[in-house]
Design a protein around this ligand. Structure first.
Ligand code: ADP
Ligand code: MG
Length: 460
């Protein structure tokens, strides 16, 4: 997708040079959003049907000519109206998308990511057991293993597996109500409902209704409940309710249940079913994952020599998210500069993000973190201290997430370090904020605009 955005920008540049200024401005400036990339087609979102007709008639051939000259493989532009694009996204997400309070502007993070399926999960020694038991749970939910507890370090596939279970169950029975939440979101929902109901000590109806209606409850990064007594109590009640009603509960965590910093009775519940862990991938698995990912990024994966995958697998060992990120960066780099997929180019494109390089740049990274914090806080007109504070007000949480996203993606600073510089948040919280904005950028015009504006300011 990132690659498609780069191509669009290049084609627009060409059009800008060729067409009269007014024509370019009126017609092309507003084309910024890509709906999807499918079978070599890049679907551009435009406002209405008439615009689709007009653009196709007048400019599509020219645009595709330019696209051919900048893309490394055969690709075409197509147009789709924003209405049709939205309808398609809705259709894809309907059975899974749910929100507690649709009237609020929530970043839509409660969906199962479509690509997190069992089919896309590559197995090796380090995750085979977790995979097998996930399949078991998916095949017969709330029969054999309940609750199901997946733990391991960040970026090793916990969320992927948990969502894969959700997809599988839904495929078998579309009417299953799968409720996915992060523990952080659960806490936010709980506080929101409590605030609404301040006079009445009962938790508001919508909160209860939403969570208790689950046939399968997926709670990601449960360690976030540590030291949050009220939320733990509430989660405990929910757990009891669902368990007694034979509903499946699945949680993920960055540590074993016994090492969680939460109330004993909840800890002991987590050990009732089964605990499995995902460990760091070995070299062989890292390479399989890279090969698998490569086939989704380019049409001819064989164009990338094995020594490139070897180089990436050797240098990115700790975290599968980073491993994949490195591969994506390399591919984008070669496409953007129209150069071959060679080892030399891999070394150049990845030089600045090698984990060892990151450590060496310690001072620089502190400076960059402070820069992002100050630009983001002034953009949203909030106090810079609030970004590191504990406020869960929606606008602060949003600004904080964007700051985290930019520190990570623009300056490539490690999750742990970002967490330390933003109020000692744990790395899973940081990873979650990044995913949230990443998803938002692809699906929400307002979020994309905010991020772009801030990037412009950072570049000045
Ligand atoms: P965690 O929840 O443990 O932090 P995620 O599930 O978010 O990690 O995984 C991070 C990234 O790595 C995701 O893009 C995911 O698809 C990918 N990933 C992790 N494990 C595998 C695997 N075994 N096969 C393919 N992709 C994987
Ligand atoms: Mg996760």
């Amino acid at each position: 997708m990132e690659q498609a955005y780069q191509l669009l920008e290049k084609v627009k540049e060409n059009l800008k040079n060729e067409l009269p200024n007014a024509v370019y401005k009126n017609t092309f400036e507003a084309i910024k959003q890509i709906h999807k990339v499918e079978n070599g087609n890049i679907y551009l979102i435009v406002s209405n049907k008439l615009e689709v007709f007009r653009l196709s008639k007048l400019y599509l051939t020219k645009m595709n000519e330019y696209l051919c000259s900048v893309a490394s493989e055969k690709m075409y532009f197509q147009f789709i109206t924003s209405q049709d694009a939205e309808a398609e996204v809705k259709k894809m997400n309907t059975p899974i998308l749910t929100t507690v309070d649709p009237s609020e502007k929530v970043i839509r993070e409660r969906i199962l990511r479509p690509e997190y399926t069992f089919d896309n999960f590559v197995t090796g020694i380090s995750n085979r057991e977790a995979f097998i038991f996930s399949m078991k749970v998916a095949e017969s939910p709330h029969v054999t293993i309940n609750p199901f507890y997946i733990f391991g370090d960040v970026g090793l596939g916990k969320t992927h597996l948990m969502m894969a279970i959700g997809h599988y169950i839904l495929k078998n029975n579309v009417n299953t109500n799968i409720v996915y939440t992060t523990a952080q979101q659960f806490v936010e929902d709980y506080f929101k409902s409590k605030n609404k109901n301040q006079k009445n000590t009962n938790i508001s109806d919508s909160f209860d209704k939403y969570y208790r209606s689950a046939d399968v409850l997926l709670v990601d990064d449960i360690q976030y409940l540590a030291d949050r007594q009220g939320s733990q109590d509430e989660f405990f009640k929910l757990f009891e309710y669902l368990f007694e009603n034979n509903k499946q509960i699945i949680v993920t965590s960055d540590r074993k249940a016994s090492e969680l910093n939460i109330m004993d009775r909840l800890k002991s519940r987590f050990t009732w079913g089964m605990q499995v862990d995902v460990q760091k991938p070995n070299h062989e698995l890292r390479k399989s994952i890279l090969r698998n990912k490569l086939s989704t990024l380019i049409v001819n994966p064989n164009d990338v020599p094995d020594e490139v995958l070897e180089y990436i697998a050797v240098n990115f060992q700790e975290n599968i998210r980073e491993l994949e990120g490195a591969l994506r960066r390399f591919v984008n780099y070669c496409v953007a500069f129209d150069i071959k997929y060679t080892l030399e180019n891999a070394i150049t494109s990845l030089e600045s993000i090698l984990p060892s390089e990151r450590e060496r740049n310690f001072e620089g990274s502190n400076r960059n973190i402070e820069l992002v914090k100050s630009v983001v806080s002034s953009y949203f007109n909030i106090n810079v201290k609030e970004l590191s504070g504990s406020s869960r007000k929606q606008d602060i949480v949003y600004a904080r997430s964007i700051a985290i996203y930019l520190i990570r993606t623009k300056y490539n600073i490690g999750l742990k370090k970002i967490g330390e510089c933003l109020g000692n948040r744990d790395h899973a919280t940081i990873a979650h904020a990044i995913d949230k904005i990443d998803y938002g950028i692809k699906n929400d015009e307002c979020i994309r605009l905010d991020v772009n504006n801030i990037v412009d300011k950072l570049n000045k």
